[in-house]
Design a protein around this ligand. Structure first.
Ligand code: NCD
Length: 365
């Protein structure tokens, strides 16, 4: 069963096919109006969402299918204490495909272990958001043809911004991309991603200032400071408003720059940028809907597969990352992946503390 936890679940060849399908849908949407008739999308949003939730729902409706689910966990059995596993086992009885957003890192990965139908990660805490990357890549490819040889600035909250993590992972597939990772030190990319970039020989510069690099960029990807992920509101306020792109600052930028943003914005792009032809963030959201139509169509070709209801592995240990799904769903078996930096949790990607890895080895797993 193919699930989409991150876009790395697709080969480049599969991505190219998906992009071709997206382009066909953009050019001739009426040809797909019945493509998913009789199919049901289960849409489980445990966290607020406007674009991702609505674009998945409209994508399914434009394909002739229907949608069930919730966008507020307090109206679901999660509020009664139902485990993620049980919810997924139930919903995969009803739906042909599941889209899930959850505040815990690795939640979609965990859900995919129990689901009889494909699961799409629509955002798992501050970790990953692969379908936003589909929206981002569709925008870059439709408007510029390729991402090869681009200088890409990513600015704002690179620590908690899950769209940034998925986008960087995926851009490893392109040639000679140079990254300018613009953030205060407190919001720099997570260590596992830094290691990923180094091991893939990606060129990147971690810097604090936007203005000095703005004139050389081909893409500027602005992001929101992720207030809901900060340990305290004081820490959020100390960094809020740190970047603000304005029409005046854009005077020094390239004429064919793409200004992108996954949205929602707070104060990082001034309203006076919206009418600049280089501002493509609203188009990006529209491309996202078409890309999701293509993804739904592609994944639905698989059908359903019976899954064991229990999974093997160590259950008496938890990942050291407090936001990892294994911390709240304690029946999940711990799984790690060995890297040069230490053991990496297969759910949340964090390098787990050395004592954890040692204890883990001692148990001969
Ligand atoms: C992003 C998200 O939810 O991670 N929004 C989106 O899905 N378009 C970005 C954000 O919330 O800042």
């Amino acid at each position: 069963m193919r699930h989409i936890n991150d876009l790395s679940d697709l080969t480049m060849e599969e991505f190219r096919e998906l992009y071709k399908l997206t382009s066909n849908i953009i050019d001739r949407p009426e040809g797909y109006a019945d493509a998913c008739r009789g199919k049901v999308l289960g849409s489980l949003f445990y966290e607020p969402s406007t674009r991702t939730n609505l674009s998945f729902s409209t994508a399914m409706m434009r394909l002739g299918g229907s949608v069930v689910g919730f966008n507020n966990p307090s109206s679901s059995s999660a509020a009664k204490g139902e485990s993620l596993k049980d919810t997924i086992c139930m919903v995969s009885n009803y739906a042909d495909l599941i889209v899930m957003r959850n505040p815990n890192e690795g939640a979609a990965k965990a859900a995919s272990m129990f689901s009889e139908v494909p699961v799409i990660n629509a955002g798992d805490g501050g970790h990953l958001h692969p379908t936003q990357t589909l929206a981002d890549m569709t925008t870059i490819l439709r408007l510029r043809g390729s991402a090869d040889n681009m200088k890409i600035g990513i600015c704002g909250d690179l620590k908690y911004g899950r769209t940034v993590h998925s986008l960087i992972h995926f851009l490893a597939n392109y040639e000679n991309v140079q990254f300018y990772l613009i953030s205060p030190r407190e919001l720099a990319i997570p260590e596992y991603l830094r290691q990923f970039m180094k091991s893939h020989k990606m060129k990147f510069f971690e810097i604090a200032g936007l203005e000095p690099v703005l004139p050389m960029l081909d893409v500027l990807y602005m992001t929101r400071i992720q207030r809901e992920r900060f340990p305290s509101i004081e820490e959020y306020y100390s960094l809020k408003g740190i970047y603000c792109l304005t029409a005046a600052k854009l005077r020094n930028a390239k004429k064919d720059l793409l200004v992108m943003h996954p949205l929602p914005r707070v104060d990082e792009i001034a309203q006076d940028v919206d009418d600049d032809p280089r501002a493509v963030y609203f188009d990006q959201a529209r491309y996202g809907m078409y890309a999701r139509m293509a993804l739904i169509l592609t994944l639905l070709r698989q059908g359903r597969q019976r899954m064991p209801k229990s999974v093997k592995g160590l259950k008496n240990m938890r990942c050291t990352n407090p936001k990892c799904i294994t911390r709240s769903e304690t029946y999940l078996p711990i799984r790690t992946h060995h890297t040069e930096q230490g053991e990496r949790c297969l759910y949340c990607d964090q390098i787990v503390a050395p004592h954890f890895a040692r204890r883990f080895d001692d148990m001969g797993y």
